[in-house]
Ligand binder design. Sequence first.
Ligand code: SF4
Length: 331
Amino acid sequence: MAKVGIPRALFYYDYFPLWQAFFEALGHQVMVSDATNKGILEDGIKRAVDETCLPVKLYMGHVQNLRDRVDYLFIPRLVSLEEKHFSCPKFIGLPDMVRGCVPNLPPILDVLVDLTDNKKLTRSSLLELGKLLGASPAQVGGAYQAGLQAHRSYRARLKQGWSHEEGIRGSRPETLAEPENLLRVALLSHPYNICDSWASNNLMGKLKRMGAAVTTADALSLGYLRQKANTLSEQIYWTFEKKLAGAAMHYLETREVDGIILVMAFECGPDSLVTELIEREVRDKLPVMTLCMDEHTGEAGIMTRLEAFVDMIVRQKSRQEAAAAKEWAEA
Ligand code: SF4
């Protein structure tokens, strides 16, 4: 039995249950890096190239946190997750970046995932990985099915409103019924920007303490999000960003939320284009704000912007309710 390390960063929040079930079905132990802390961030900053975005810097810190405790590191090369769409270039080059930045690594299991026109290559890459771990093609096929099953259950939990952490853990505390007039905010971002409470300055927790119910794009189905994103005037060819744009279009149409907060990492090319596109569509119709994060982002600055945003939507909501009551009284 080998120890396979999975960094608690980047696409961990999208695919961890799948990978965990896959490796465990093959009889291996999965180990995850510690929750982000100051040391992990400092290691990441030291290891990564200066111009890289904060999520990739954090990834390097998580790799360093794991490297001496595992036999292998699992770092897939996510080229494309659906036809005619691509991942961010940093996802595509991640195994190479890690090899170049973090010394003394155990062997890296870098499976290629390219579902655009290399499906056969993806399959053989998975079989190659199985061979390295001493598994037959049939065992790899069975483990893959177990992974898919775990992934489907995870996605179903997210759609029921579970947080990513609860979904990964597979349990959630009893929740009380929400008051009807609760403020609702959609926090739209890559899960790694908002689910890592240390790196995000606990954005979700802060919003909840201000009395807001928070929802994310993962509460909606992926097929539906793609469909909504296709209603935009510009086509988006990045899978993850398309999901965010689809969610923004959904909330704009349904008004299920009182405001949208977009969170992006400084130095992120795909997000800077897509958040601009979303803001253009949404502003003037629904309150929207973009928060740009990097390793220097301070808690006080975030608090000030969140408080101002929440205050603005509370006042706007009260004005709308007062106008509706007046209209009803005069009718
Ligand atoms: S999508 Fe943006 S934040 Fe994510 S890895 Fe790529 S550049 Fe970094």
